[in-house]
Design a binder for this molecule. Structure first.
Ligand code: AFP
Length: 319
């Protein structure tokens, strides 16, 4: 069976991008090992401070962020780093050629209940002859050269695209490598499974409320088929399910907190997941536009997200 370096070699991935991907995935294996120890390592629970999002940081948020930041900082190919857990971008090597934005531990509210979490990453190619600044990073998602995630579930899996389709790899602890287990993932255009946090319903727009109400009515409503619902509360887990068996995922705008009309972040959640979905034949939009077309205005910018089965995303946006 092929492993990650075989696939990268055969897809003529540039050497320096290969180096960034190798450092990222090897660090994720170390994060996976730390997670597997759980409370035995005394690393669950709160870190006792807040991140730029105003969210309580868990110890493993900080630990995984520092592991990735240190490893990538030392990689000569990395020009700058952005992270959910870093207030500002971190310039690395001025003559590096790649930006990497990541959510070091997406779904961290799941850690203490031993539920799925993951690391999401987004990579751009850019050079410059002075240390990178935030403005350099504000590049639309369609310019990404690679995107993916490592899912820490019953098995540790890497899902990756470098612009030529989506491949899934399973970590083999006996050989300590990622082995190719699913090639060229395709998301079915239709689905009968949706993912949304229903507790926010009263805060959604009327159009989202009517769209979701029709899914719930199933055969008794206009959709003429019944739907199932799932909510992992970790985008990485919901997206993985959609890549494996189809579905639609929504985190719409809501008026619960005027300061935070949406929850998901563009640069290191929506953009990488949007690239994966489109490479797998799916769609990823806000209410008004294709996510990969958005011109970012800030590194921690939030967006509404509707992604998954192409025809179901179209149906949702038609409301
Ligand atoms: P945390 O990383 O703070 O747990 O947030 C995870 C997340 O950003 C995304 O991965 C989930 O889809 C979404 O938030 C879950 O949001 P709710 O907690 O509102 O369900």
């Amino acid at each position: 069976m092929q492993n990650l370096s075989d696939v990268l070699a055969s897809s003529s991935t540039p050497e320096k991008l290969k180096a960034v991907l190798t450092v990222t995935t090897e660090t994720c294996i170390a994060i996976s090992d730390a997670l597997k120890q759980g409370s035995l390592a005394g690393i669950l629970g709160m870190a006792g401070n807040e991140n730029v999002q105003g969210e309580e940081q868990k110890k493993l948020d900080v630990i995984s962020n520092d592991m990735l930041k240190d490893a990538l900082f030392a990689c000569p190919a990395v020009r700058a780093i952005a992270s959910e857990e870093e207030d500002y971008i971190v310039p690395a090597n001025t003559d590096g050629e790649y930006f990497i934005a990541f959510d070091p531990l997406d779904g961290s509210s799941n850690i203490d209940i031993n539920a799925m979490v993951g690391t999401i990453f987004s990579i751009y190619h850019q050079t410059g002859n002075s240390p990178a600044v935030e403005a350099d990073f504000l590049i639309p998602g369609k310019e990404q050269v690679a995107a993916g995630y490592v899912l820490y579930g019953p098995s540790t899996m890497l899902v990756l695209t470098t612009g030529n389709g989506v491949n899934m790899f399973t970590y083999d602890p006996t050989k300590q490598i990622f082995t190719l287990t699913n090639e060229n993932i395709q998301v079915p255009e239709e689905t009968q499974e949706f993912a949304i946090n229903m507790s926010n319903q009263r805060f959604w727009s009327d159009s989202i409320q009517s769209y979701i109400n029709e899914l719930i009515k199933g055969k008794d409503g206009s959709r003429d088929k019944d739907f199932n619902m799932r909510w992992v509360a970790a985008m990485v887990g919901d997206v993985h399910r959609i890549l494996c068996r189809g579905g639609i995922f929504l985190y719409p705008w809501d008026n619960k907190d005027p300061a935070k009309p949406g929850k998901l972040r563009l640069m290191y959640e929506a953009n990488p997941m949007a690239m994966l979905l489109e490479q797998a034949g799916g769609k990823a939009h806000t209410h008004t536009q294709r996510i990969l077309d958005i011109q970012p205005e800030a590194i921690h910018q939030r967006v509404a997200v509707v992604l998954g089965a192409a025809n179901e995303v179209d149906k949702c946006l038609s409301y």
